[in-house]
Design a protein around this ligand. Sequence first.
Ligand SMILES: Nc1nc2c(ncn2[C@@H]2O[C@H](COP(=O)(O)OP(=O)(O)O)[C@@H](O)[C@H]2O)c(=O)[nH]1
Ligand SMILES: [Mg+2]
Length: 249
Amino acid sequence: MRKVNIYFIGTAGSGKTHLVAAFSEWLDFHQIDHVTVNLDPGSENMPYSPDVDVRERFTLEDIMLNYGVGPNGAQILGADLLGAEIDEIKEEIDEYDVPYVLIDTPGQMELFTLRRSSEIVINVLGKDSMAVFLFDPVISKQPDGFVSVTFLMASSIFRLRIPHVPVLSKCDLLGERELERIERWSEPDFLYSELGTGVERDLFHVIREAGLLQKPIPVSAKEGYGMEDIYDRIQEIFYGGEDMNRILY
Ligand SMILES: Nc1nc2c(ncn2[C@@H]2O[C@H](COP(=O)(O)OP(=O)(O)O)[C@@H](O)[C@H]2O)c(=O)[nH]1
Ligand SMILES: [Mg+2]
């Protein structure tokens, strides 16, 4: 069966793990087969039980003990170990004959997006891959924060070279007017008018020219909304006949 790998990527605490749980529940409810994979060796108190879990191979604590490093060193080593173990993780995933693989990535996004092991992971797990990229609402509710997160998404697209679907996570934390304002920032003129001068405006031109100014899908893992919209985007990307080379998000 064709397997689509969906990587959940975003800054620390943006809600990746809870969104994997909520999206998995939504798929269950609609009887759509899938498997959940946790690639974060430091994950604690998870809201779902991953079907495949890197923590069965190593945890951040194991790494700190075995290599005599602190928490930051352990995260970096963990990211590199992931590349070394990914063939075996793939074998575990392949035991499930399902169309969708939901992949929860390490807490700090740069551990996944900027390290070479992520290229290895994506290559090994397969070319039918995409990312759900989370915009944290606490950061994204200021225009300069929104632009900054858009740049983080750009770096992730640039490194991973797979389609990215931007979502605005934890929308239950935003008031109606705050949400409307963020949604309007995908209109270039509106965002431009809200930005300061100088470098903010220069960077704005870069993201607009690159076609990165997108309206993120509003979602809430807590209240369970937005899941259908994510599913629809996945369908469009993989089954909608769009040219994969042309889609970056
Ligand atoms: N209100 C609210 N909080 C959320 C939501 N999703 C996640 N959180 C909270 O945000 C924090 C970080 O979430 P987590 O999924 O662990 O983020 P990760 O580091 O990106 O995996 C946790 O305290 C969650 O309870 C949501 O949809 N709504
Ligand atoms: Mg997490």
